[in-house]
Design a protein around this ligand. Structure first.
Ligand code: SF4
Length: 225
């Protein structure tokens, strides 16, 4: 896709159904919850179109949240029918583009932990128990400050690092110090071995120099979804 997605505006409705690209069981591959067996809900559409975007989230279907929960329940179970994958990761696209509050409440009420991955430009009120990881994007003139209502809720910030693109070479000051939020640096996947090697080296150097945490896309190393 790589930035070719249409920019889709936020949706205002009751959240009883959501645009869903796919739902699947996997390991969380990135950030603070890396390695946790999870069920991913990839929501359709994004309000941004980043030129490095490696996610497929268009061609989605509108699905009632009761059906989403049913699917999550099935995918959380091992081959003995025991529910073992208790982390549900809501990603996209941009999750806050849609009214995810009712889905989050439903998942919590059914015993799941919920993590949201957001680009930091949108926010909706959600239950305090929900974990939010923010991966801010760069507008070309630097990373924009995280909006105040979201910043107070963010548990980790993940910066994508690229040695070949000036605007992604450094970690921006976007308010992380205010709440002492842990910062992760993750090498950008540019689908180019030489560029990716340079990106990894730069992310490692930034981690060592500033005390950031290194995040690798282990799902790509393991070749899983
Ligand atoms: S914010 Fe994330 S999902 Fe949206 S276009 Fe950028 S990288 Fe892709």
């Amino acid at each position: 896709m790589r930035g070719k997605n249409p920019i889709r505006p936020p949706v205002s409705d009751d959240g009883s159904q959501l645009g869903v690209k796919n739902i699947f069981a996997t390991l969380q591959g990135e950030g603070p919850h890396v390695g946790i067996p999870s069920v991913f809900i990839r929501l359709g559409g994004c309000n941004l179109a980043c030129d490095f975007c490696d996610a497929e989230f268009e061609d989605y279907d509108m699905i009632p949240i009761t059906a989403i929960l049913h699917n999550v329940h099935k995918l959380s179970c091992n081959n003995k029918g025991k529910s073992v994958r208790k982390l549900v990761v809501i990603t996209g696209g941009e999750p806050f583009r849609q009214n995810i509050t009712p889905l989050c409440d439903l998942l919590l009420a059914n015993g799941f932990n919920v993590q949201i991955e957001t680009n930091g430009t949108l926010y909706r009120e959600i239950a305090p128990k929900i974990d939010i990881v923010c991966s801010p994007k760069n507008t070309g003139i630097g990373y924009t400050k995280i909006r105040g209502d979201l910043l107070a809720r963010v548990s980790a910030i993940k910066f994508i690092i690229s040695a070949s693109d000036e605007k992604y070479k450094n970690v921006g000051d976007i308010g992380q110090d205010l709440y002492n939020i842990p910062v992760y640096v993750q090498p950008m996947d540019e689908v180019d071995n030489a560029k990716n090697a340079a990106n990894k080296q730069l992310a490692l150097e930034l981690a060592m120099q500033y005390g950031y945490r290194l995040s690798l896309q282990t799902q790509k190393i393991l070749k899983i979804d």
